[in-house]
Ligand binder design. Structure first.
Ligand code: NAD
Ligand code: DAU
Length: 363
């Protein structure tokens, strides 16, 4: 079959990537979607069970840092668009092991940029440039921290990363811009706020705490729980990615966020109320699980994204109110306890270890 486009999605077995892959495979049967993922502890092919047999979907287990392999995949599928999500994504892990973040997030991104440059600009010729797109998915954490209760990150906010994770993402953003400015590679970057929703690895705040409330384990709030995050439902992020990939302007940056700020402690109490209610427990039953402990090193106080540009230029707005999104999310985790159990026990890795996996999860 001749496909209209051949789109490489990296990190498609992870949390956000799996939502993006599913959206594209279903919405665009005329495109071939190639999911390139190393299947680290965060990659889980069961996230894609619904679409794994679709005709227009292909999985390639590979490391983005393996430049020769990436070039081979570009050739094999005549890749003409790339949505780059593969990354080490957890701040706490970056504090323990910064080198692996530099390797995957910086060197891995550079390896993809170099492959796109070689294939699209050097081999195919610059005249076809308009047909290609290198879309890099980044984070609001590159902007650093807002220290008061006012102000927002805009596309013009100066980069000021504080954790090894955000420093590695900031560095990858700079390389993407450098390839646009130096070689004319058609690139776009988007920087999104905190995502939540189904299939998020339960080391991140929301799924970790839903799971802990479910099994009666303590809820370790860092510091006093006063840090503020701006939460967006993952399917709204996937819709924004679809829109930007198709309608965004080459060389531009778009901020994505829901104007939805929550103090961690208020969010944790909302989670406690929601999980308790859905499990039929009396209100406040699990509040005693909340503990306040050591703060995260370099903990950014507040993130808040101004996504006005995306609304004004491309018409994107979030579809869900937060309370609805949280209700939907908690229900999903409670209805998919086998997914949660298999991920927290490492069982999901054994499932296809023989075929693919090398690394293992430690929560
Ligand atoms: P995730 O950790 O759930 O998934 C990452 C995926 O990348 C996994 O499938 C993993 O196997 C794969 N991967 C890791 N290293 C790889 C390598 N070397 N080669 C190939 N594949 C590799 O991450 P996520 O939360 O879905 O985030 C996806 C992207 O979105 C990241 O770039 C992250 O920085 C960005 N982002 C995340 C959020 C958020 O709230 N989660 C917000 C804004 C931006
Ligand atoms: O802002 C976008 C970023 O959001 C993404 O780029 C990252 O990939 C993603 O992991 C997320 O980073 P955060 O560090 O904000 O997410 P996390 O879920 O780890 O933590 C959210 C907040 O909750 C943060 O202030 C730290 C706090 N926290 C987290 C955990 C895991 C706790 O208080 N206790 C915890 O156990």
């Amino acid at each position: 079959m001749n496909y209209e486009r051949n789109i490489l999605i990296t990190g498609g077995a992870g949390f956000i990537g799996s939502h993006v892959v599913k959206l594209f495979v279903r919405k665009y049967p005329q495109y071939r979607i190639i999911n390139l993922d190393k299947l680290t502890y965060a990659g889980n092919l069961t996230n894609l069970a619904d679409i794994e047999n679709s005709q227009n979907y292909v999985f390639e287990k590979a490391d983005i840092c393996d430049h020769a392999k990436v070039c081979e995949i570009f050739e094999k599928y005549s890749i003409d668009g790339l949505i780059h999500l593969a990354a080490e994504s957890h701040v706490d892990r970056s504090i323990k092991d910064p080198l692996s973040f530099a390797q995957t997030n910086v060197i891995g991104t550079l390896s993809l940029l170099q492959a796109a440059k070689e294939k699209w600009l050097e081999k195919e010729g610059k005249e076809r440039k308009g047909e290609y797109m290198f879309y890099h998915i980044s984070t609001d954490e590159v902007y650093g921290s807002l220290s008061t209760s006012s102000g927002y990150f805009t596309e013009d906010t100066k980069y000021d990363p504080h954790s090894p994770y955000s420093a590695s993402k900031a560095s990858s953003d700079h390389f993407v811009r450098a390839f646009h400015d130096t070689y004319g590679l058609p690139t776009i970057i988007s920087n999104c706020s905190n995502n939540y929703g189904p299939y998020q690895f339960p080391e991140k705040l929301i799924p970790l705490f839903i799971n802990n409330i479910r099994i009666g384990k303590h809820l370790p709030v860092y510091g006093k729980g006063e840090n503020v995050r701006d939460w967006l439902f993952v399917e709204d992020h996937a819709r924004a990615i679809d829109l930007i990939f198709h309608k965004g302007k080459v060389g531009e940056t778009y901020n994505i966020g829901g104007f939805n700020e929550w103090r961690n402690i208020d969010l944790v109490k909302l989670l406690v109320r929601t999980v308790d209610r859905l499990l039929g427990k009396p209100e406040g039953h699990s509040e005693n699980l909340i503990t306040f402990g050591k703060d995260r090193a370099g903990h950014d106080l507040r993130y808040a994204i101004d996504s006005t540009k995306l609304k004004r230029e491309l018409g994107w707005t979030p579809s869900l109110r937060f309370e609805e999104g949280i209700e939907k999310t908690v229900r999903w985790y409670l209805e998919n306890q086998t997914w949660l159990d298999s991920v927290t026990s490492g069982e999901y890795e054994k499932y296809y270890q023989k075929m693919y996996k090398e690394t293992s999860a430690k929560i």
